[in-house]
Design a protein. Structure first.
Length: 149
């Protein structure tokens, strides 16, 4: 056994990161990456210049979330100047309701709380599907609105 252990490398090769891993690294703030994750991401970006440019655009868009919607036009122009079809599709979608996107990136108002309540009601509805009548569903929704389980 000792001879076999000597022949096996002590530092096993690490497995390649999944697409989900790389996506989460790209969308996460760089300060929140471990040194190993940052190094792996840097290596991947060095091998794929298109991914490096995409990461740059994604981070620039994320920085606009701090009430900087006025910079959206400049961001759109820089994305369209680059040859990144996936981001071009995203920009086209933004352009369909540009005023709302600029307002969402600029104003301090948020519909997050309302969306949270909608999510909770939909979850209750899914849990209750086929189990009881509307009266019980109504009661659970009202109890959830009051903060009770």
């Amino acid at each position: 056994m000792a001879r076999l252990r000597e022949n096996v490398p002590h530092d096993p090769r690490r497995k390649a990161p999944s697409v989900r891993d790389v996506t989460s690294w790209l969308t996460r703030h760089p300060d929140r990456l471990t040194e190993d994750q940052a190094q792996q991401l840097k290596t991947i970006q060095a091998r794929c210049p298109a991914l490096d440019r995409t990461a740059h655009h994604v981070r620039a868009f994320a920085e606009m979330n701090d009430r900087q919607g006025k910079h959206l036009d400049q961001w759109i122009v820089s994305v369209q100047a680059d040859d990144l079809p996936a981001l071009h599709t995203f920009v086209t979608g933004l352009g369909q309701d540009l005023d709302a996107v600029v307002a969402g990136l600029s104003l301090r108002y948020s519909s997050g709380a309302v969306e949270g309540h909608n999510n909770k009601i939909k979850m209750l509805k899914r849990q209750m599907f086929g189990r009881a009548n509307f009266d019980l569903l109504r009661k659970r929704v009202l109890l959830a609105a009051q903060g009770r389980p």
